[in-house]
Design a protein around this ligand. Structure first.
Ligand code: C5P
Length: 224
């Protein structure tokens, strides 16, 4: 029996991360944060002095990522350990995100991470968060969601997130970064960001997290 998978794809800042965490909690399913794997590959490359255009070394790095995802807190936030070192916060910076999207444009790197991602599918089910979950990694998923929001709204969410953590941020810089990341993610040749043909597309620009969660849970009920 194949474990059921719900895929949630969309651009950065669309609310995927939060929605996926809440969904996984609500259903008692496990969670794949596929973006973290690309971020971890980028961080491992920096650690080992591998340049982001050295495709061969990056591929080897991605294939042998020494990483553990530990679920320790009640809210479902995972603690991430790379080569024995905790990197939960480090991998979330804007710089690492930008590096990740460069690394993620490389076909051999994506190939190297494919099976690792599929291995996350275990009973009772999996919530898969990413860019190509519904199109490439889990084409047989029972429900595919595509979350979108205007670039301005996504930038302002990110800005508020950083400010609330007491970090400094520039809304203008974040918007520029989001647009260039969108451009790279949507226009790359391998596994570009786009809705799967049978995806439920939700524009979350004017929706609260609670409203999005309700719609998705409702869809899940109808499919399940
Ligand atoms: O979702 P997150 O912002 O953590 O992803 C970081 C980068 O990793 C994205 O900008 C994208 O380039 C890449 N990514 C991807 N495919 C996925 C998940 C993330 O290409 N399934």
């Amino acid at each position: 029996l194949l474990p059921p998978v719900i895929t949630v794809d969309g651009p950065s800042g669309s609310g995927k991360g939060t929605i996926c965490r809440l969904l996984a909690n609500a259903l008692g399913w496990s969670l794949l944060d596929s973006g973290a794997l690309y971020r971890l590959t980028a961080v491992a490359a920096r650690h080992h002095g591998v340049s982001l255009d050295d495709v061969e070394s990056l591929q080897v790095m991605a294939a042998h990522l020494d990483v553990q995802f530990l679920s320790e807190s009640a809210d479902g936030e995972l603690k991430i350990i790379l080569e024995g070192e905790e990197v939960t916060q480090t991998i979330r910076t804007e710089n690492v995100g930008a590096d990740a999207s460069v690394v993620a444009a490389l076909g051999p790197v994506r190939q190297a991470l494919l099976q690792r991602q599929r291995d996350f599918a275990q009973l009772p089910g999996l919530i898969a968060d990413g860019r190509d979950m519904g199109t490439v990694v889990f084409p047989e998923a029972c429900l595919k969601i595509y979350l979108d929001a205007s670039a301005e709204e996504r930038a302002s969410r990110r800005y508020n997130q950083l400010i609330s953590k007491g970090l400094s941020a520039s809304l203008e810089d974040i918007l520029i970064d989001i647009k260039s990341r969108d451009d790279r993610d949507m226009n790359r040749t391998v596994a570009p960001l786009k809705p799967a043909p049978n995806a439920v597309i939700l524009d979350t620009t004017k929706m609260t997290i609670e409203e999005v969660l309700e719609v998705v849970l409702d869809e899940a009920k109808h499919k399940g």
